[in-house]
Design a protein around this ligand. Sequence first.
Ligand code: GLC
Length: 427
Amino acid sequence: MKIAYLTPGAAIGGAEMVLLDVLAALDRGPSGVRPLVLLGEDGPLRGEVEALGVACEVLALPAGVARLGDAGASGAARKLALLARGLSAASATLAYRGRLARRLRDERPALVQTNGMKMHLLGAWAAPRGVPVVWHLHDYLGTRAAMARLLKLSARPGVEGVAISRSVAADARATLGGRFPVRTIYNAVDVGRFRPVEGEGEGEGAALDRAAGLAEAPPGTVRVGLVATFATWKGHGLFLDAAGRIPAEIPARFYIVGGPIYRSAGSQVAPESLRAHAEGLGLGGRVGFTGHQADPARAIRGLDVVVHASTRPEPFGRVIVEGMACGRAVVAMREGGAAELFADGEEALGCPPRDPAALAEAIARLVADAGLRGRLGRAGRAAALARYDRSRLAGEWSAVYDRASAPAPAVADDPARHPAPASPVAR
Ligand code: GLC
């Protein structure tokens, strides 16, 4: 079965890592899936896809369309500016839709799967007649009014959704209408890559110090880090505020791991402003900015405590599961899809969102208690093996593909189309 995967960006963020996990897990034997990835731009993702032995082509989105993203839209002026840019991008979008439709007609995939709002729209508009379209939903739609309206108009029969958490699935139903078929497939990771490595932590920790331009932390220092893209809502400021509340005598060092990797205008924090924020809090040499790390598993193993601090409900929060899989103690905001991922207090520590004092308290607790870190790390690893091993993706996705491409049209509100996700946290 040939499947065309459309994805807009080629920088490797969470959604792109998930695509790589799906491609790696799929059965690509003679009776399995023949994937073709169409990228909206060239970049690092291309090499990663090709390294999996998957065909990959760039069908470059026009520059104005590539930069267009309403993720950070707020305020009338910004909305107007977006509208103006949107109008000038509209004709380029139509031309692109034509190119994509021709490409798909030539390729004749049995199914089209899309990542990201732009490609959801373009995929639904460009897929040949009768070819099912699966929107892989990584984000909440309800908070993006303009995009949500367009998606609702485009959610014709033959389009269905796969959400990365129940929370995202519920939002999709609320936004697109209860009859829009959507199921949940939790993300998963390569538990062979994201794994604890005996004795490696110190060396990886020292590597983080070097990347941040800091002297190696004295033995006994607990390394606490936020690992995230630089999207404005990932909570870098909250993390720094929490760090600023932790007394300097406590043997902890804080790290911001990541950098601005996306092209969307105005939706990322500037590294300089984070540095200024840290300086303003008097954090000086206690916080390190490592920049983008090509190997997130090693970066995570360099930390003792992995912090997730998103200030908006997190659709999933891959880093939470990556941290658990690496056997690290994780603190995560108890909100959105993130709250579905772990048994609170056993597999990770949940924290009320947007509360620097509560986050500081959770971090201080973990810094002080190596036993608790060890217990959470072990239980987190066990949870990752049981629920977030990407090998389960093969079966879950082939169920989607079999059903979507079955000859009889499926009934939208058939409860069998909304099966319970395979990996809820047992509570
Ligand atoms: C998006 C979501 C994030 C999720 C990732 C992978 O980036 O915001 O929560 O982990 O996609 O699905």
